[in-house]
Design a protein around this ligand. Structure first.
Ligand code: UD1
Ligand code: CA
Length: 461
């Protein structure tokens, strides 16, 4: 029978090199918090009840970011180093047998396969533990792996504590470990902060176990890019780019055309149907689903929205928490701010803003309008410059426009107000009272022409 496996994720540090007020693991790459990526990888290895996250800096926010039932938390209120995090964790985990996999929360790219390889390396070597290493062109900042003449791992020396000679070693500790739980917990309290940083280094466990007569194996992987740890914003950008590349490549292989994919940002949970075209610099974010045969215009931002098949989003359009049915169009330069619904074939054109508005099938608002808290029936034409006055300074009020109505340009609809089916509003009207079905609503002063007025004025000069 396989031995049970416990995963611990270290996520308590502030991350000084980020120069941020926010805990490092709460920075985002590839559309997720760093710690979320690591947690997902951990979930491929162990059930949630066997996953523990060590939290400290902004622990409430880190817990909220994780939100996975069953996952346990351990508070490390003072952060005295990666080893200290495990010394604190010993109270909770010290009795759990089997294997212990330790991951750092700032290492979001690692794949479950790689961790399985690490566990297998520990198992097959019979060593008390295995550490994941890689030979790097530039290992600056990483701990260096020390080996004896026979090539056995004897320790890890940190950048700050290394001698010039040791710092020439290019094999680096990537910060992922698999230990047999029993010897690990037996020796964890032997860590000492006897280094220039006065921290308890988890990496010292290698030497401690060696001295106790236990071997430590190294699992050396070929491509260190997968296990890059993020320490500063430059590394954050590198990892973000790698994760974005993974997502757009997946979509392209699944039948989505992505123009200039290096400029496009797609969050991990987004789904897109085949033959949809995504133009350069588009951002498709959050829990968005897009159907087949759609077009997402250049520089558009679609967030947490559902687009059915054959939807067109013009350039520079923003869509948030909205649903667009088959054949609907929005943009260019439109803003569907929140909770809107476009029925099949509805069109929203340039410089139109919608908020909490339903636009019926085949209805159009093509230019320069604000429609807020509105319910608009099918086949309505909303003229340029139409404004719903939905806010009186205290409350929001609804506007209702019946099917087939024609809203003349520059109409001002003072809500709450209702325009009946098939009604017609004269251009430039201020509509303060309901307009019955099939009526004409005129809400403006009549035009007066003063004959010869202009000529006389000129002659007076
Ligand atoms: C660590 C390793 C180094 C390795 C590198 C790989 C140690 C001593 N060094 O260095 O050998 O090459 O990772 O990326 O382990 N954390 C806590 N509590 C603490 C301190 C840190 O939970 O008291 C967490 C941090 O939130 C972070 C992780 O541990 O997620 C790693 O800490 P970090 O300070 O980034 O370690 P490195 O200096 O990068
Ligand atoms: Ca790090």
């Amino acid at each position: 029978m396989e031995e049970p496996l416990t995963v611990v994720i270290l996520a308590a540090g502030l991350g000084t090199r980020m120069k941020s007020r926010q805990a490092k693991v709460l920075h985002r790459a590839g559309g997720r918090y760093l710690v979320e990526h690591v947690l997902r990888t951990a979930q491929a290895l162990a059930p949630p009840e066997r996953i523990f996250v060590v939290v400290g800096h902004q622990s409430a926010e880190v817990r909220a970011a994780i939100q996975t039932a069953g996952v346990g938390f351990i508070d490390q209120t003072e952060q005295k180093g990666t080893g200290h995090a495990l010394m604190v964790a010993a109270d909770t985990l010290g009795d759990l047998d089997g294997r212990l996999v330790i991951l750092y929360g700032d290492c979001p790219l690692v794949r479950p396969e790689t961790l399985r390889g690490l566990v297998a390396a520990q198992e097959s070597s019979g060593a008390a533990g295995a550490i994941l290493t890689a030979v790097m062109d530039d290992p600056t900042g990483y701990g260096r792996v020390l080996r004896d003449v026979e090539g056995r791992v004897t320790g890890v020396v940190e950048q700050r504590a290394g001698t010039p000679e040791q710092l020439l070693i290019r094999e680096a500790n990537m910060g992922l470990y698999c230990y047999r739980a029993a010897p690990f917990w037996r020796h964890i309290q032997e860590l000492r902060p006897d280094n220039p940083a006065h921290e308890y280094y988890l990496t010292d466990m290698v030497e401690i176990l060696r001295r106790a007569g236990d071997a430590i194996a190294a699992y050396c992987i070929d491509d260190p890019r997968e296990v890059l740890g993020i320490n500063d914003r430059e590394e954050l950008a590198v990892v973000d780019r790698l994760l974005r590349e993974r997502k757009v490549r997946e979509l392209m292989l699944a039948g989505v055309t992505i123009e200039k994919p290096e400029t496009v940002t797609v969050d991990p949970d987004v789904t897109i149907g085949i033959d949809t075209i995504v133009e350069p610099f588009a951002q498709i974010l959050g829990q968005t689903t897009i159907g087949e045969n759609c077009r997402i215009g250049a520089c558009s931002i679609v967030r947490d929205s559902d687009l059915a098949d054959e939807v067109e989003v013009g350039q520079f359009t923003m869509i948030g928490t909205s649903r667009l049915e088959r054949g609907a169009h929005a943009g260019p330069y439109a803003r569907l701010r929140m909770e809107n619904y476009l029925a099949p074939g509805a069109h929203v054109g340039n410089f139109v803003e919608l908020k909490k508005t339903r636009l019926g099938a085949g209805s159009k608002a093509m230019h320069l309008a604000y429609l807020g808290d509105s319910e608009i029936g099918a086949k309505v034409n909303v003229g340029a410059g139409t404004i719903t006055c939905n806010y009186d300074g205290y409350h929001k009020h609804p506007t209702k426009i019946g099917a087939g109505a024609f809203i003349g340009s520059n109409s001002t609809l003072v809500a709450p107000v209702e325009v009946g089916d098939g009604a017609y509003l004269a251009a430039g009207s201020v509509i303060t009272d309901d307009v019955p079905a099939d009526a004409l609503g005129v809400g403006r002063a009549r035009q007066v022409n003063k004959i010869d007025w202009a000529r006389k004025r000129r002659e007076l000069k």
